[in-house]
Design a protein around this ligand. Structure first.
Ligand SMILES: [Zn+2]
Length: 229
């Protein structure tokens, strides 16, 4: 690629929702280090174009390229990893987060499995998370916003099939009460982004007697590379 190659390019992209295309053969090119704006009246297809570039909707024809990589039709979380995300104007913007954190959240960086747990409060299949067996020293971060949530020092084997901790890091989590099984349960979520993590039960080991039963898919593990711990 030459130094002037565009970082993002759309070639003759057509896209829309369901039956009809809303944009018909759009070609744009964005050079590195520039700010590009799409200007037009309501209903002219600006959002449709941006969603097609970010993979939120799939172009019906044409190509989208990130650098020299063809990203047409890839799922949005994969396109987000190539650095292209779509953030809606109002929905899913979190006031306590910085603009960058909102971009990372809104950029569909979550996989379907992560979204199901963090946003839809679903529960992963017990035993499915590789973090069940993660015994190295390190920190478990929120998979959505990267806030550090649990230390490996508080992890223990609860034999439930879900990663379990007897204590969260300070100022890391928030709690609410839910009644999913008609019994009040203490729901545990990320203090910063509100992402659902799991539940807290009172049958944990010493010293707290608490069990934070966490969906592994809601966490990312950062091993301690200092060699201590
Ligand atoms: Zn979070």
């Amino acid at each position: 690629m030459s130094g002037d190659a565009p970082v993002l390019r759309a070639e003759d992209v057509r896209a829309g929702y369901g039956a009809g295309d809303i944009i018909h053969g759009i070609s744009v090119s964005v050079a590195a280090g520039t700010v590009a704006s799409v200007v037009g009246p309501n209903g002219s297809g600006k959002s449709t174009l941006l969603k097609a570039l970010a993979g939120v909707i799939r172009p019906s024809s044409g190509r989208v390229l990130a650098g020299d990589r063809d990203i047409t039709g890839l799922p949005p979380e994969e396109i987000a990893r190539a650095g292209i995300g779509y953030v809606p104007q109002v929905d899913d913007v979190f006031a306590p987060l910085t603009v960058r954190e909102n971009l990372e959240m809104g950029g569909y960086l979550l996989s379907k499995a992560q979204y199901d747990v963090l946003r839809l409060h679903r529960t992963e299949i017990p035993g499915s998370s590789p973090l069940n067996h993660e015994m190295r020293a390190g920190v478990f971060d929120c998979a959505a916003c990267a806030l550090p949530l649990f230390s490996s020092e508080a992890k223990y084997d609860s034999r439930t099939g879900w990663p379990s901790f007897f204590r969260p890091l300070e100022n890391a989590i928030g709690m609410s009460t839910d009644y999913v099984f008609l019994m009040p349960r203490t729901e545990v979520h990320c203090r910063r982004c509100g992402g659902h993590l799991g539940h807290r039960f009172e049958d944990g080991p010493r010293p707290t007697g608490l069990r934070y039963c966490i969906n592994g898919v809601a966490l990312t593990f950062r091993p301690d590379v200092s060699g201590t711990g």
